[in-house]
Design a protein around this ligand. Structure first.
Ligand code: FES
Length: 106
């Protein structure tokens, strides 16, 4: 099964297995990874599942759609590699993906 590593702002890393088709947010919540709040449950309307997807995996993910892009404009601590983890689905190509988490979601 593909793996994903979430890295908290304090550099604590959590490497967990992520079933194909499940969103990175769902994988984080399934594994009780701190730092992902996911208030809206994955409908791209809260922005509290924000993470920074590291290269080279960022290029393997389809770009944000208009809804995600709009939400990303309002997140705290936004960066060019910011994504809403609820909008990124695990694929075999993302095995090993590393996602850094922001200092704060709210
Ligand atoms: S869980 Fe709310 S925007 Fe991702």
């Amino acid at each position: 099964m593909p793996k994903v590593t979430f890295i908290e702002h304090n550099d604590t890393a959590h490497t967990v297995e992520g079933p194909e088709g499940r969103s990175l947010m769902q994988i984080a919540v399934d594994n009780m990874v701190p730092g992902i709040i996911a208030d809206c449950g994955g409908s791209a309307s809260c922005g509290t599942c924000h993470g920074y997807v590291e290269a080279p995996w960022l290029e393997k993910i389809p770009p944000p759609d208009d809804t995600e892009a709009s939400m990303l404009e309002g997140v705290l601590h936004g960066e060019p590699n910011s994504r809403l983890t609820c909008q990124v689905r695990m694929t075999p190509e993302l095995d090993g993906v590393r996602v850094r988490l922001p200092k704060s979601q709210i």
